[in-house]
Design a protein around this ligand. Structure first.
Ligand SMILES: C[S@@+](CC[C@H](N)C(=O)[O-])C[C@H]1O[C@@H](n2cnc3c(N)ncnc32)[C@H](O)[C@@H]1O
Length: 205
């Protein structure tokens, strides 16, 4: 597939391997409490108990609602962070900037979460193609972000864009996964803007 970002757009100030940057665990949060509560509220609105969840680009905290899910797979770049995350039934570490193929079966996920992380993807087209593959036909993807980031690790295309332009870029990423935006949220619940794009397969509501 043709990649969405040009080689200039995918440049990072710090071009070293992302796995090095995440070698030491960071047991911190990346947005304020109001943002994180709003995220949980959004997940609660789109997910259902019994769902199979994939929390991509995750860390030590889970923002999933207190539902009994069938299975929660977490992915991240730091094993210690993922081990601390008590909502995960299964976990794997993988840099999507090196390898986009996911070790997950086709149609095996009902809810795909990607929180506060999409700005680090250098090959979003191939990565979201995989997100789309693992998402079941009536599944839902929620990509959330704010104006905070590790600037040296965010791609140039992200750094150069306004918040609304970033939301439009995320919608292009979803399209690469065969998903269309069903909802875009842009709010300011606290000091960090809350942006989220919800995507589903067309005709699935
Ligand atoms: C700011 S943290 C957000 C973590 C979590 N989603 C949260 O909201 O607390 C950014 C996360 O992006 C993920 N990440 C960064 N670069 C990555 C890469 N090259 N491949 C895969 N994941 C990456 C890591 O899991 C890292 O913890």
């Amino acid at each position: 597939m043709a990649e969405i970002l040009s080689s200039a757009d995918r440049r990072k100030v710090d071009e070293s391997d992302d796995r090095e940057f995440y070698r030491s665990p960071r047991l911190v949060t990346h947005a304020d409490d109001a943002f994180l509560s709003r995220l949980t509220e959004l997940y609660a609105a789109v997910a259902q108990p019994g769902d199979r969840v994939f929390d991509a680009m995750s860390s030590w905290r889970s923002f999933l609602p207190d539902y009994e899910f069938e299975h929660v797979v977490g992915h991240g770049l730091n094993e210690t962070e993922l081990d601390e995350n008590n909502r995960l039934d299964e976990r794997f570490v993988q840099s999507f900037n090196r390898e986009q193929s996911l070790p997950l079966a086709t149609d095996s996920v009902d809810v795909l979460c990607c929180a506060l992380s999409v700005q680090y993807l250098q090959y979003p087209g191939a990565t979201f193609e995989e997100f789309g593959r693992v998402l079941d036909t009536d599944g839902v993807a929620v990509v959330s972000f704010t104006n905070r980031m590790f600037p040296t690790k965010a791609v140039r295309a992200w750094r150069n864009r306004t918040m609304d332009e970033r939301a439009a870029l995320v919608e292009q990423y979803l399209e690469a996964g065969g998903l269309s935006r069903t909802r875009r949220v842009a709010e300011r619940p606290g000091s960090n803007p809350f942006y989220a794009v919800v995507g589903r397969r067309p005709d699935e509501g």
